[in-house]
Write a protein that binds this ligand. Structure first.
Ligand SMILES: [Zn+2]
Length: 390
């Protein structure tokens, strides 16, 4: 049996212990401060006698993977935790308890998964949630952090766990005695992890992402704690102020201003489509040798719309269509009726290649582009010249 020092003193950064078993890369110690991970929290990092601990596992006997350790039964070791990592995870874990309980007070919610590591702190939950609830919960959590709340642990007989008591999933706990972690009178939950002494030490908690997590759950909530939360809050705030300035609105009105801008954009796109359809329908052919030749140039039109029109124009037989469409690039479509003997791919490439562009397709339908804005009349004149020669 290994004594789990982290259970009684989660602030222990260094410890000495005796090796009770040594097999390959693994050593079992009589006592340890290395948390093996659990409850969604990643295992501790650190060293034993200066060598990196690459894994920790076990329940009663705690094994530490230390490649190249050279230890034998009875060896004395000094363990040193990567304290910055551990302390960050203690903040995250305590913060996660507060965040989940605060959200739960606003809606019926079920926890699907917790994942707490140095790089990412995530909750996946099921239930109805929205941005207003997230904002209110984050305010509440930060009020609790600012006021401070003592974190305490006690062991409770599972028979005494009652409805409305601590949050617990008894089907996931084998032991009779359940470790219950309480944060002031704000939260009480069964948990075997490592926590702070006081919620005040979290400093700050910030939700940094709130997105759909289907199919695993309904929502994924990513959060930051401590100095990372402060730094991200400042960055988000400045970006939000810049955005409001660009939208020409007050910061508190920026969402409405954005929605208005969005509706304007939809209307403008619809209008452009309508004008585009009108412009495309006005195309009339000119006679070129024995073929009807349709040509035109259109700025800002949807490429798919232009391609569909090219196909439609040559559907009647005996026709060739060359349409140019420009946004920040130049796009050329060349199509011919099936009864016209023409290799559209090779003709299109011989024109575009003169301007550093290229395209592909089938013998009777090709499309391609060139970077930048080329003069459409130069492209169309070249096509006409080549068609006259064919
Ligand atoms: Zn916990």
């Amino acid at each position: 049996m290994t004594v789990k020092l982290y259970e009684t003193d989660p602030y222990l950064r260094e410890f000495t212990a005796t090796v009770t078993k040594a097999e390959g890369d693994w050593v079992v110690l009589d006592r340890t401060a290395f948390y093996p991970g659990g409850g969604g929290q990643e295992r501790d990092r650190g060293t034993l006698n200066g060598r990196e601990v690459t894994a920790v596992k076990g329940k009663d006997e705690m094994s530490h993977q230390v490649p190249g350790h050279g230890l034998t039964v009875g060896s004395q070791v000094k363990g040193v935790l990567d304290w910055e990592n551990r302390y960050g995870l203690m903040k995250a874990h305590t913060g996660e308890h507060l965040l989940f309980s605060s959200l739960s007070r606003r809606t019926d919610m079920e926890l699907v998964k917790i994942s707490l590591s140095k790089e990412k702190k995530v909750l996946i939950v099921k239930g109805h949630l929205d941005w207003d609830m997230v904002r209110d919960a984050v305010h509440e959590v930060n009020d609790i952090i600012a006021a401070g709340a003592e974190v305490t642990c006690q062991h409770v007989d599972r028979e005494n766990m009652v409805e409305g008591g601590p949050r617990v999933k008894l089907d996931r706990i084998a032991d009779r005695m359940v470790r219950v972690v309480s944060i002031g009178d704000h939260d009480s939950a069964a948990c075997a992890g490592v926590h702070l002494r006081d919620a005040k030490e979290i400093g700050m908690l910030l939700v940094s992402k709130f997105t759909s997590a289907k199919p695993a759950g309904d929502w994924e909530i990513e959060f930051l704690v401590g100095p990372e939360a402060v730094s991200a809050a400042v960055d988000h705030s400045v970006r939000s102020l810049i955005l409001a300035e660009r939208l020409g609105s007050l910061p508190q009105d920026s969402l409405t201003a954005f929605d208005n801008r969005d509706r304007e954009l939809v209307r403008a796109r619809e209008a452009l489509k309508a004008y585009g359809r009108l412009a495309l329908s006005s195309l009339r052919p000119e006679q070129l040798n024995d073929k009807k030749f349709f040509s035109g140039s259109f700025a800002g039109l949807d490429r798919k719309m232009v391609m569909e029109k090219a196909s439609e124009l040559v559907a009647g037989g005996g026709s060739v269509a060359a349409l140019v469409c420009q946004d920040d690039k130049t796009f050329l479509v060349l199509a011919c009726s099936t009864d016209v003997k023409l290799d559209c791919v090779s003709l299109l490439n011989s024109v575009l290649s003169q301007h550093g562009g290229r395209g592909g397709g089938k013998p009777n339908f090709a499309s391609g582009g060139a970077t930048g804005l080329l003069d459409p009349s130069v492209l169309l004149d070249e096509i006409i010249r080549l068609l006259k020669m064919s």
